[in-house]
Design a protein around this ligand. Structure first.
Ligand code: OGA
Ligand code: MN
Length: 230
């Protein structure tokens, strides 16, 4: 049942975003980072956005509406047989159901191969099954770091059905944080320090605000590829 929850190791108390009033967007550093001008990231300082920005990618519109529909056709029947789980206070995830899948239909397999070739080096050994999390509209993922025992240096996820905010907070320095706007049909990639030194979380609907702009949460399905520890 709890297929991959074993990979979600440490649960952290939500960190306060100290010094939040002036969110600095990557746009504010556009003189330094022309290529990342449009990166949907805001963080605690321009330095952090620049430093961590190289280890975090968000590719807007990575899949088309038709491709999103193909995932839904493949995943929804199985997901609908499960109930959303809300009541395990110690879980890293609240209001979710999940599955993992090794074999995919041709359309989804092709998209996943695009994700793999975008996110991972060719020599990278990938975790066989792809992890799927279906978050209810009221669901959210608490701050955690994926298990270093089971997962390698890179995490790549597609977001289906809803926009959401992923927040990264430095484990030993909670004043350092980065918010990512994960738009519907985008791909995010976390690498290296962003994956090992920062917790990540998906904000609940009530807290889902990006750079001062409200981002309503709907039901959200994520499709996550990981590599194996080196
Ligand atoms: C996880 C996780 C993020 C997402 O399953 O470890 O952080 O996009 N998921 O669902
Ligand atoms: Mn995770």
């Amino acid at each position: 049942m709890k297929v991959l929850l074993a990979v979600l190791k440490q649960i952290h108390k939500p960190a306060l975003c100290t010094g939040n009033p002036r969110c600095l967007s990557s746009g504010a550093t556009s003189g330094l980072l022309p290529l990342r001008d449009e990166a949907p990231m805001v963080g605690s300082s321009p330095e952090l956005v620049q430093k961590l920005g190289s280890q975090v990618e968000v590719r807007t519109d990575f899949i088309t509406e038709a491709e999103e529909a193909a995932f839904l056709r493949e995943l929804d029947p199985g997901l609908k047989k499960k109930r959303y789980e809300f009541d395990h206070w110690d879980d890293a995830i609240h209001g979710y159901r999940e599955t993992e899948r090794l074999r995919w239909g041709a359309v989804c397999e092709e998209i996943l191969n695009r994700v793999r070739s975008t996110a991972f080096p060719e020599c990278s050994q990938l975790l066989g099954p792809v992890h799927v999390i279906d978050l209810d509209k009221t669901g959210y993922i608490k701050p955690h770091i994926d298990s270093v025992k089971f997962c390698g240096s890179t995490i790549a996820g597609l977001s289906l059905l809803s926009d959401s905010i992923m927040r990264l907070v430095k484990e030993d320095t909670p004043s350092e944080w980065l918010d990512l706007l994960l738009s519907r049909r985008s791909l995010y990639i976390l690498r290296d320090q962003a994956r090992y030194k920062f917790t990540h979380e998906i904000l609940k609907n009530e807290e889902s605000v990006f750079n001062g702009q409200r981002v309503p949460r709907q039901r959200r399905i994520s499709v996550i590829c990981r590599n194996l520890p080196g």
